[in-house]
Design a protein around this ligand. Sequence first.
Ligand code: NAP
Length: 258
Amino acid sequence: MLEQPIALITGASRGIGEAIAVHLANHGYGVAVNYVHSREAAEEIVKQIRDSGGQAVAIGGDVGVTADRAAMMAQTMDSFGRIDLLVNNAGITSPGRKDLLEATEENWDLVLGTNLKGAFFLAQLAAREMISLIEAGSIERGTIVNVSSISAYAVSTNRVDYCIAKAGMQTMTWLLASRLAEEKIRVYEICPGVIASDMTAPVKEKYDRLIEEGLSPIKRWGQPEDVAKAVAAVASDAFAFSTGDRINIDGGFHIRRL
Ligand code: NAP
């Protein structure tokens, strides 16, 4: 078994997940880099980490699919023999960004299935694995980090499914935190604001304007690395007497202002 802590990061082939994987690898974690479509990108990230002396594997799988989640967890254990940190980062926006009156059940099932159901049941699998490892004395504790969004409370009527999935993540985080504290597993919600990635690229001009007009007190785009640093922080010993917290990485967007 490797001595270093191991993290499984979902949706780590691009954007925020990639930054989390690279940052954790640079800070001593072995990382499982999950992707669903971008195999080459995930393998390139793995190569870069290995070239810099780190440990990484690329693991394909759709977080919305039961068998894929089980395979992802099994592959992580086969590769590293342990898991200390799960980062539920994979997520999709609402396909077509349809108005609430045109929202479809098909999109609802896809978005909720990926962003919320997938995250919960992967957390369940990871928690079971962590509990076994802790009982065996192989690891001391575990951490689960759920990446939600300001869309958990700031509604967009053209992304009903996305907003509801992200809102559900807060309660999911509280539930997991409440149950898993006695198992020595801490659980956090990271709540990013507007972050530069493929997800926000189609609406870049709109957000450029809103940020310039003062959307958040800190007037700049968030970068994937801003989120990555927060994930590493909550997974560290710095937050030992906390669990269930929402950490806003949003330039202060959440502050109501007059
Ligand atoms: P992104 O650039 O669109 O990347 C999405 C990542 O998720 C990709 O690695 C993608 O893999 C993966 N993914 C998508 N569906 C998946 C599935 N079913 N199974 C496994 N992996 C899947 O998105 P991002 O901006 O980095 O967002 C990452 C997370 O942060 C999401 O949960 C998002 O909701 C949240 N967030 C983003 C922002 C923002 O402003 N960007 C703000 C708040 C919250 P492939 O490359 O293989 O397709």
